[in-house]
Design a protein around this ligand. Structure first.
Ligand SMILES: Cc1cc2nc3c(=O)[nH]c(=O)nc-3n(C[C@H](O)[C@H](O)[C@H](O)COP(=O)(O)OP(=O)(O)OC[C@H]3O[C@@H](n4cnc5c(N)ncnc54)[C@H](O)[C@@H]3O)c2cc1C
Length: 405
């Protein structure tokens, strides 16, 4: 067992940190307020080699490990603790990778280099108005009409659509759609690379509007109505009716890197909190000298350390599994990803709330910026890429046993 990073990984972290400190950190509030649009930020991330990091060099990727991707996302979250920038990057670590593994060559050759260059975005369109947790019950339908697939249905809370529409190539999302009967449940679901804008032209057959989000406002999320969106055969991802398992692969990977984003934001919050408690005095002493404050700091520090290790371990397991190590199964990736998200998001939210208490009344104002980070973190706390109970369901199924859960 080795708790140190390799020389290559250390150099990689230093280069991402230097980019993040120089380009992202000075402007993260502008990103949060939509004054520096994510489509422009994406171009800078692409130049820095931070998009589609885990993709093959054949598609313009960096062939990075998932551990390296997690380390990069952690640094980006430290620089943009509202989470918009790291979420863009983490989504592009998970979903284009799934397309690379299961998509058709023609689709990969066209879209993935555009993702890596920051000219296209590929997210996930799974959640529907009736719910997001039960992916096997999606109602959006894909039907074959005159040689083309057409998607009909409603997708709620899809991140990155307006950003994709503002990018030069465009993009869209990996859409989960029903190709079998409703009673086929997970056996009747197929994945489609649904391009809402392709080669600079908006595709007909959908309408979209952004929600007015409370946080993470630099990367909007919204409501997508599919009204016969055309999808060519080459954009089917995986086998017909074989989409459920592939979607779960994407969620497993995304959760690991979400853990990394949460750890990065929590580190930022704890560092700001530490500066504050050392210099802020009450009753003639720095507030750090009260044990109710310093012990809470110690508790959060310890929990963050545990969360961080769980994220690195989940990424390490993903690297082993996807590197072909037969000692690991996809369930190991799923359990580790669920553990990483569960520990890291919970720890980060609690850190934000505690740091707000240390800042006192000042934290209630946007200018202090602590609340901006809390509002970004809450997106993952309330459910994005798997609500807490769903993470527990995955962990329990893979440990207690599917027959009991
Ligand atoms: C900012 C943001 C961005 C998002 N981006 C995307 C995106 O890009 N693409 C996308 O597809 N979705 C996205 N989502 C949606 C997200 O994936 C869903 O919120 C999530 O899957 C939960 O679905 P739901 O909100 O419909 O809650 P529901 O599925 O209705 O669940 C409601 C509650 O019931 C609990 N629950 C459900 N089933 C069980 C069970 N079996 N046992 C115990 N408790 C249970 C859940 O834990 C939850 O607390 C985003 C959400 C947010 C907030």
């Amino acid at each position: 067992m080795d708790f140190g990073l390799s020389r290559e990984d250390k150099l990689f972290v230093e280069s991402v940190r230097s980019f993040a400190e120089r380009v992202i950190a000075p402007r993260w509030v502008e990103i949060d307020e939509g004054r520096w649009p994510m489509a422009e930020v994406a171009a800078r991330l692409g130049e820095a080699g931070l998009l589609g990091m885990t993709l093959s060099s054949r598609y313009g990727g960096q062939e990075a490990t998932f551990l390296q991707a997690a380390l990069a996302v952690e640094e980006l979250a430290y620089a943009d603790p509202s989470l918009a920038t790291p979420v863009y990057v983490l989504l592009e670590t998970a979903w284009p990778y799934v397309v690379q593994r299961h998509g058709r060559d023609e689709a990969k050759e066209e879209v993935l280099p555009e993702v890596a260059a920051g000219r296209a975005f590929v997210g996930i369109a799974s959640t529907e108005p009736q719910g997001g947790s039960d992916v096997a019950s999606v109602q959006t339908k894909a039907v074959k009409e005159g040689g083309l697939w057409r998607l009909y249905g409603e997708k709620n809370m899809v991140t990155g659509v307006s950003t994709a529409l503002a990018l030069p190539y465009g993009g869209g999302a990996v859409a989960v759609a029903r190709t079998g009967a409703p009673e086929d449940k997970h056996r009747g679901v197929t994945l489609f690379l649904a391009l809402l804008k392709r080669r600079g032209r908006q595709t007909p057959g959908f309408t979209y509007r952004d929600w007015d989000e409370v946080g993470r406002r630099g990367l909007p999320t919204g409501y997508l109505t599919l009204e016969g969106l055309p999808v060519e055969d080459v954009f089917v991802v995986g086998e017909l009716n074989g989409g459920f398992k592939i979607a779960m692969e994407g969620f497993n990977l995304a959760r690991t890197v979400i853990g990394a984003a949460s750890v990065g934001a929590a580190r930022w919050l704890l560092d700001r909190g530490l500066e504050w408690i050392r210099q802020r005095s009450a009753f003639g002493r720095p507030i750090a000298s009260y044990q109710s404050v310093s012990f809470k700091f110690a508790e959060l520090y310890a929990r963050l350390e545990a969360a961080r290790l769980s994220v690195y371990k989940a990424a390490w397991i993903a690297d082993r599994f996807y590197g072909g190590d037969v000692a690991f199964a996809v369930q190991d990736v799923a359990t580790a990803g669920a553990v990483a998200k569960y520990l890291a998001v919970g720890t980060a939210v609690e850190t934000a709330l505690e740091v707000m208490k240390w800042f006192g009344g000042a934290s209630y104002f946007r200018e202090t910026n602590v609340a901006r980070s809390l509002l970004g973190l809450l997106s993952y706390y309330v459910g994005a890429e798997g609500a807490e109970n769903i993470l527990k369901l995955i962990i329990a199924r893979n440990t207690v046993g599917r027959e009991f859960v």
